[in-house]
Design a protein around this ligand. Structure first.
Ligand code: AMP
Ligand code: FE
Ligand code: FE
Ligand code: ZN
Length: 287
């Protein structure tokens, strides 16, 4: 596969914890010479209409996307959905409920911060939220503004990451199977995001076999060469064993230039168009 690498199927806007509005993000995609992109906000579809409108005006092909937060064996696992009906009323109701739960979780996080001597208020966090779903990165921004930490990475390392003193689980986490079901029910395809984060490689074949997972995000920005090779191989093995063709996807997981384990501008991590084109052809609505 040596086509043009002008696709990016994983990025976030202000509809969740990204730093740019969907319109600003599409402008950045255009400047980076991207052609096929997907906006995949955490538990939110609120940015999709704007991304499609502005993206199409700029000549981009925009795939509707979402990144669901789920729990699997006590670990936080993200499931990407593509090409689903983002206007589905039941899905909208589910996401509205999750948004409310995220708001309630914020109060608990603030109490935990209080308990270790960090004083911030809900408003300090909500200032950084643009109507979308509230996440820990928004809390990190408030901690930076209050002078308690110097950057987002430090906020997570000292307080907000899983296992740290102010980490708060979401009160009702979806299971991986539920997320896949929601995506299928609304006509989409489900892909496990950045699997190298979780250490559950041996379970992935069962997710495909038992729950109908459609693909693996092989080419994620935090996957080094070895991880990419490992997931390419795993996809080939699963395909062979089950007699199917998994989707291979990838993306930058761009939130902002300063964000991430290693910060990078939009357009650095690029996916071969070939993979995005295969995804475009695989729409469950037509099955
Ligand atoms: P939440 O949905 O509130 O649990 O927040 C999860 C989000 O926080 C992820 O999607 C990332 O954007 C961000 N995040 C998680 N871990 C880290 C970390 N160690 N450093 C920076 N950002 C992180
Ligand atoms: Fe995020
Ligand atoms: Fe993720
Ligand atoms: Zn993401």
């Amino acid at each position: 596969m040596n086509g043009p690498k002008n696709s990016d199927l994983h990025m976030h806007s202000t509809a969740s914890d990204g730093g740019y509005t969907p319109a600003e993000l599409m402008e950045k995609c255009k400047k980076a010479d991207l052609e096929i992109i997907s906006l995949t906000d955490h538990d939110s579809v609120e940015g999709i209409d704007e991304a499609i409108r502005v993206g199409n005006d700029l000549g981009l092909q925009v795939i509707p996307g979402i990144e669901f937060s789920t729990k699997y064996k006590g670990k936080s696992v993200h499931i990407l959905g593509y090409q689903f009906d983002w206007n589905d009323q039941n899905l909208r109701a589910l996401l509205a409920n999750q948004k409310q739960l995220r708001r309630e979780r914020l109060d608990t996080i603030i109490q935990r911060l209080e308990a270790v001597g960090l004083h911030i208020q809900a408003q300090d966090v909500l200032k950084h939220v643009d109507g979308g779903s509230i996440g820990r990165p928004h809390v990190a921004k408030a901690l930076i503004a209050a002078g308690y930490v110097s950057d987002v990475a430090e906020a997570f390392e000292r307080y907000l990451a899983e296992g740290k003193p102010c980490y708060v689980e979401k009160s009702q986490e979806m299971t991986v199977q539920e997320a896949i079901d929601w995506i299928h029910r609304t006509g989409g395809v489900a892909v496990v995001a950045h699997p190298d984060y979780y250490g559950v490689d041996h379970d992935l074949i069962d997710w495909v076999r038992n729950w109908g997972l459609d693909g693996i995000e092989v080419y994620h920005r935090d996957h080094d060469k070895d991880a990419v090779k490992r997931y390419e191989k795993l996809c080939d093995e699963i395909d062979k064993q089950l007699g199917i063709t998994l989707l291979r996807t990838g993306g930058s997981d761009f939130h902002h230039e300063d964000y991430g384990r290693v910060p990078e501008p939009l357009g650095l991590t690029r996916l071969d168009n070939h993979f995005a084109e295969i995804l475009l052809q695989r729409n469950k609505i037509n099955k």
